[in-house]
Design a binder for this molecule. Structure first.
Ligand code: ADP
Ligand code: ASP
Ligand code: MG
Length: 452
């Protein structure tokens, strides 16, 4: 069995849903199909929630109306029979009835907000599965809220997910296509919750890991993981193969094509992940698996909204126990640390969740001096195969960065990652100069030396 996930753009137009059906039919494997919301819908639902939160009922109603019109038109092109359209209209009317009722709850809290935002995936999956039914195809809709669970820290409960999913799937061994929602889940209070923005990738990988799928395919709007951010850098190209470790670093450090946690469950069970382009299905895409290929530097990614914290020990020399005290505070506030650099008496760290920064700073000041935090920083992460005996990689990176101020450098923690901290105003420049130096320099040199 395989798990195929289609993102927002891939389901965002009726003709795209038609193409998905063709893609599914052209492949004989049984599949669990994970869908995102239609592109733009999650943002639209969040905007409706914002209006509801600020008691702006008129605005909320207008936004709901606008979104419903979009779905009313969508289903007219999705279905081709009066019965199909009637089924689609029933889904849209009933889900928008629910949306209106949730938005009318006062006060509109985080609980309602999560129920509202979940409607994007509920609509897309119900509509798509009804379309498969219209075409007489063997399929069933599996509500993700019946098996996808997170704990009090927002982390997926792997054992529960596996147990529930395996039990449910046993009832559907005769179905060729099992459709479910990405992104949404239940929390320990049994409320509707989600896996954070872009979370449908994570759903696919959690399912793939739980059922030990043969393969997880993430279908999106680009032909695989590129060597650099195509939204910022001009000359990028798809990478054919990545190891789990390399892909995990890239996703964590900002390659938007994958939710940051996607790789973990797949890696745990050794399930290969293939990134494919819905608009260009013949393109090979990227295969993420255990093997390594020999190119040293594979790709670059950038993580935004980073804060750097500079901590000096007031006890100065031989301050053992200092790091433990520092990290206990980050642990207490459930704030992951991304980069760390140390000197004899100082330690600098970066975080991307600055929600508890004030409390963290106050507690650090009890035994350390803090310099002013640098906000609006960016981690530039270079990923590849950097085993200890590979020469020259750091030199190439620093050479490319010679005109850009670097705040921190992290190298050697793993064989796959070299990270640099810079101010975000240099992000585009850094990605571009690194791209030219690391991926096109040899070509440029070759041209120079072979020129007549
Ligand atoms: P989906 O809606 O299918 O989940 P996303 O928009 O979340 O799609 O992810 C795909 C987008 O990720 C691409 O269109 C591309 O602009 C962006 N992206 C950022 N970095 C990379 C990268 N290194 N390789 C490929 N795509 C990337
Ligand atoms: N619909 C959700 C979002 O826009 C989840 C996803 O698309 O992966 O963030
Ligand atoms: Mg995405």
């Amino acid at each position: 069995m395989q798990v195929w996930k289609f993102g927002g753009t891939s389901v965002g137009k009726p003709e795209r849903m038609h193409s998905i059906r063709e893609l599914l039919n052209n492949d004989p494997n049984r599949k669990i199909v994970v869908l995102s919301a239609l592109s733009g819908s999650t943002n639209a639902l969040i905007a409706i929630g914002e209006a509801a939160k600020s008691y702006d009922d008129t605005k909320a109603a207008a936004l709901i109306e606008e979104l419903k019109n979009h779905y009313d038109l969508f289903i007219k092109e999705l279905y081709s029979t009066p019965e199909g359209l009637a089924a689609g209209q029933q889904i849209v009317d009933s889900e928008f009835g629910f949306i209106k009722s949730v938005v009318s709850v006062k006060p509109f809290t985080i609980k309602q907000e999560k129920e509202l935002v979940a409607e994007g995936e509920i609509l897309s999956t119900k509509m798509f599965q009804a379309y498969l039914e219209e075409k007489g195809e063997s399929s069933v809709l599996l509500p993700a809220l019946d098996f996808m669970r997170i704990d009090a820290d927002g982390e997926p409960e792997l054992a529960t997910i596996e147990e529930k999913l395996v039990t449910i799937l046993n009832q559907y061994t005769d179905k060729q296509t099992i459709v479910t929602q990405g992104f949404i889940c239940r929390n320990p209070r049994e409320e509707v919750d989600n896996l954070k923005r872009g979370g449908s990738d994570y759903t696919a990988s959690l399912i793939g890991g739980a059922i030990r799928a043969d393969e997880i395919q993430i279908w999106t709007d680009i032909d695989g993981m590129h060597n650099n951010d195509p939204r910022i850098v001009k000359r990028t190209f798809p990478i054919r193969e990545l190891t789990f470790e390399e892909a995990a670093e890239l996703a964590y450090f900002g390659a938007k094509i994958l939710h940051p946690s996607t790789i973990t469950p797949a890696k745990l069970r050794g399930v290969p992940v293939r990134l494919k382009n819905t608009m260009q299905p013949e393109a090979p895409g990227t295969l993420i698996a255990t093997q390594t290929s020999d190119r040293d530097i594979k790709a670059i990614a950038a993580k935004d909204n980073i804060t750097a914290i500079y901590i000096h020990s007031t006890r100065m020399l031989n301050a053992y126990g200092f790091l433990r005290r520092v990290f206990e505070i980050f642990e207490k506030y459930k704030t992951p640390v991304d980069m760390i650099t140390t000197s004899e008496v100082s330690v600098s760290v970066t975080i991307d969740n600055s929600e508890n920064l004030e409390q963290i700073s106050a507690e650090l000041r009890e035994f350390a001096d803090l310099e002013e935090h640098d906000r609006d920083q960016n981690i530039i992460c270079i990923v590849g195969n950097f085993s200890a005996d590979k020469e020259g990689i750091a030199l190439k990176v620093l050479d490319a960065m010679k005109n850009i101020p670097i705040r921190m450098i992290s190298y050697g923690a793993s064989e796959h990652n070299l990270s640099l901290l810079i101010h975000s105003k240099y992000k585009a420049e850094a990605l571009n100069v690194l791209n030219e130096r690391l991926f096109f320099y040899e070509d440029a040199m070759k041209d120079i030396f072979t020129a007549p």
